[in-house]
Each structure stands twice: as structure tokens, then as C-alpha cells.
Design a protein around this ligand. Structure first.
Ligand code: DQA
Length: 145
């Protein structure tokens, strides 16, 4: 049976493709979900993608992943830079955690340079556009061997 990877997305990413496309590109989150599902089946991984605009719901998603997922790929969006609650939740998860940012956060405003989530993440991808999710999935396959 293939291992399941949860791909969690934070606020405003429901608007991906329509939101500041000059920064985040034209792909939608549904496009990302479809491409990750296709790549996952090549890699022997099942993927499930979730999105929420609410911090507590993202904490609940991480708790659910404790029972249902072998690994987490997370783009916490703006909560990356603010949320101790999401960091604490990720500390309760035992499998690999990979952090993805579509844009190169280090090229942007100073407040985007710090990530609470990076204190737990096993790897970080930033600035590869939505392809970053697929690169993280390939890394996940390696980590889960
Ligand atoms: C983001 C970068 C964050 O700083 C921003 O708040 C987002 C998206 C990214 O994918 O580049 O919403 O996580």
C-alpha cells in the first residue's frame, strides 16, 4: 500500500493563479494537486492536498496528518512568519516535514525572511514557483525510502 503525503496550504493560496500572478504565477491549487497526484503515483506515494485560511484549522490538519500521513509538505503562507501554534503542531508530527514557498521569500520584504516552520522543517524550497511542490514530493520519496 502506498504511503500518503499531506500537502497543506495556508491563507490566500485558494486564490493561487489569480492572486498576484506576477509573484505566484498562473497555476491554480487544483493544478498543483493534479500534478502532485500524477507524480505521486509514479513515485509510489498517494497525495492529498488541503488548504485553509484559518490558523487553527491548519493546526487541526497537522493533527490529522499524525494518524493519516507518512509525511507533510506545507506552505503555511503568511503564517510561516507568525505562527508558533503551527510550529508546535509540526513538532508533534514524527515523519518528514518539507516547507515550500512558491516565491523566493529571501528576495522579498524583511518580514518574510524569518520562518517559524523552518525550525521544524527537514528541508525548505523557495522560489521555484509551483514546481517546488513536485520537487518536495521527489525529496519526500527519497526520505521515505
Ligand atoms: C508564500 C510566501 C509568504 O510570504 C506569503 O505570505 C504567501 C505565500 C509563498 O508561497 O511564496 O502567502 O508562502
Amino acid at each position: 500500500m502506498s504511503k500518503t503525503i499531506h500537502i497543506l496550504n495556508g491563507p490566500n493560496l485558494n486564490l493561487l493563479g489569480r492572486r498576484q500572478p506576477e509573484i505566484y504565477g498562473h497555476d491554480t491549487l487544483d493544478d498543483v494537486a493534479a500534478r502532485c497526484a500524477a507524480l505521486g503515483s509514479e513515485l509510489g506515494l498517494a497525495t492529498q492536498l488541503f488548504q485553509s485560511n484559518h490558523e487553527g484549522e491548519i493546526v487541526d490538519m497537522i493533527h490529522r496528518a499524525r494518524d493519516e500521513a507518512a509525511g507533510i509538505i506545507i506552505n503555511p503562507a503568511a503564517y510561516t512568519h507568525t505562527s508558533v501554534a503551527i510550529l508546535d503542531a509540526l513538532h508533534t508530527f514524527e515523519g518528514p516535514v518539507l516547507e515550500v514557498h512558491i516565491s523566493n521569500v529571501h528576495q522579498r520584504e524583511g518580514f518574510r525572511h524569518h520562518s517559524y516552520v523552518s525550525l521544524r522543517a527537514d528541508g525548505v524550497i523557495a522560489g521555484f514557483g509551483t514546481q517546488g511542490y513536485e520537487l518536495a514530493l521527489r525529496r519526500m520519496a527519497t526520505l521515505l525510502g
